[in-house]
Design a protein around this ligand. Structure first.
Ligand SMILES: Cc1ncc(COP(=O)(O)O)c(C=O)c1O
Length: 447
């Protein structure tokens, strides 16, 4: 069956003559090259460069660019205003992410979502946030503000790196660090440093046992992983819509648990204020949060309606989620994880398993970000300048874009600075072979 017609999902209206025909052939097998090449053609990414840094930013399909362009023009021509709670957009997102429209907000990005959650929680002096030493500034900055403003205490578990970990190890680390003052567990899944997918549902269970609020920095989850947000059992998850989800720049997805579904998380909803809102009632406040399986009010609406929004950008977010749903989020996850697994196998063949900072063998910990030490002399991974030169030369000499990242490693006095490769929908296994060959050759030149 043609995927474009699956489940009665229709094609988005053609914006103008330049819009691509976004139909896809039938998929004959999960690795059907013909099908995945057609998916690749949905994107307008420059083919002269092999772009493998989706963890920083994605690239919207041509259909989505056309939608944003068309709606921008309609807005200009009609002088349309965007005072809206964008319920239609949130309904599409909710379907794709396994939650309800009252639980999902289109934000500006992950950092915006993290900030809104940390500012909206009822944190007080002495409350502890339990987090990791591999967090991004998108979480670190609002945590630091909560510390400096309210006297909140930030405690960090040191996360191990590489392939020797099991999901249970991360749970044990967090469990050992919980105290009677812990109020919030905040962690990235995956971490952007090593591409380790911390086991969200297992950590959420742990948090539930201790009555803690969970906030996941899930910058890389939308568009990469086919998670059902309800099933994760977390209170909040902030992600990007412009990385793996390939939506317009400046967009993010924020999930807010807004009802008590006891099979996933029986705990009461935490105190939470929609801090940035222009629809919060002038008098009377909001009703108490729900204690049952039906929401008592639409919390997402309050966070979504903030002054005049961009109708065009919101149309683009909606459209890209429709494209993802049309292909199938489970199918996308399998494809991108399949490419990263192929990449890790090749890295292990050439550099050995010890070169990996990402996990490989526990399926609960893997994602489509792969981080490893590309240097023939393993100690060169401590050399930030050499790592930067490696990334720059891979671009200049091989036309391949990746990135590096620096982070503490248990037992090392200096930070490690390995490289990170993202595998996504617009890649084929040949691209993975190519980046591995190029990195192997370059590491030989730089030895
Ligand atoms: C784990 C993590 N959190 C937050 C961010 C910030 O993302 P955004 O630009 O969507 O705010 C990033 C960006 O790479 C990230 O990797």
């Amino acid at each position: 069956m043609a995927v474009a017609g699956a489940g009665g999902v229709g094609l988005a209206p053609r914006a103008h003559a330049a819009a691509p025909a976004a139909s896809l052939p039938a998929l004959s097998s999960p690795a059907d090259r013909n099908y995945w090449r057609a998916v690749q053609r949905l994107f307008m990414l420059d083919k002269k460069v092999l772009f493998m840094n989706v963890g920083t930013v994605g690239s919207p399909p041509e259909e989505v660019v056309a939608t944003v362009d068309r709606v921008h023009r309609e807005v200009a021509i009609g002088a349309k205003s965007g005072y809206s709670d964008f319920a239609d957009v949130r309904a599409v997102l909710a379907g794709g992410y396994g939650c309800d429209p009252d639980e999902v907000v289109v934000t500006h990005n992950t950092s915006d979502g993290m900030s809104k959650v940390l500012a909206g929680l009822g944190l007080r002096e002495g409350d502890e946030i339990l987090t990791t030493n591999h967090e991004h500034a998108g979480g670190n900055a609002p945590m630091a503000m909560a510390r400096d403003r309210y006297g909140v205490v930030i405690k960090r578990v040191e996360v191990p790196v590489g392939n020797d970990q099991r999901a249970e190890d991360y749970v044990a680390l967090f469990r050992a660090a919980i105290t009677s003052r812990t109020k919030v567990m905040l962690f990235s899944a995956p971490t952007y440093k090593t591409g380790t997918m911390l086991p969200i549902a297992m950590l959420a269970k742990l948090a539930q046992e201790h009555g803690l609020t969970t906030l996941v920095d899930g910058a890389h989850i939308p568009g990469m992983m086919a998670y059902n947000f309800h099933e994760l059992g977390v209170d909040f998850l902030a992600g990007s819509a412009a990385k793996w989800q390939c939506g317009p720049g400046g967009t993010g997805v924020l999930y807010i648990r807004n009802k008590v579904l006891s099979q996933y998380n029986p705990n009461p909803l935490p105190e939470f204020w929609p801090m940035i809102s222009s629809s919060y009632p002038a008098e009377g406040g909001l009703p108490p949060r729900s204690s049952g399986s039906k929401e008592s009010y639409d919390i997402a609406k309050y966070l979504q309606s903030v002054g005049n929004g961009s109708i065009a950008v919101m149309a683009g977010v909606k459209n890209v989620c429709e494209v993802w749903d049309r292909i199938g989020r489970g199918r996308i996850q399998d494809y991108v994880l399949g490419l990263s697994s192929h990449l890790k196998d090749l890295i292990v063949e050439r550099w050995g398993v010890q070169s990996l900072y990402s996990p490989k063998d526990d399926p609960r910990l893997v994602c489509a970000l792969t981080s490893f030490n590309p240097f023939r002399d393993v100690n060169d991974v401590l050399d930030a300048k050499k790592s930067a030169a490696f990334v720059a030369r891979l671009k200049d000499e091989y036309g391949i874009v990746i990135r590096n990242s620096n982070f503490p490693v248990i037992g090392s006095s200096a930070e490690h600075v390995p490289v990170r490769v993202s595998t996504h929908l617009f890649h084929q296994s040949e691209d993975v072979d190519r980046v591995v060959d190029a990195m192997w050759e370059l590491s030989g030149k730089m030895a």
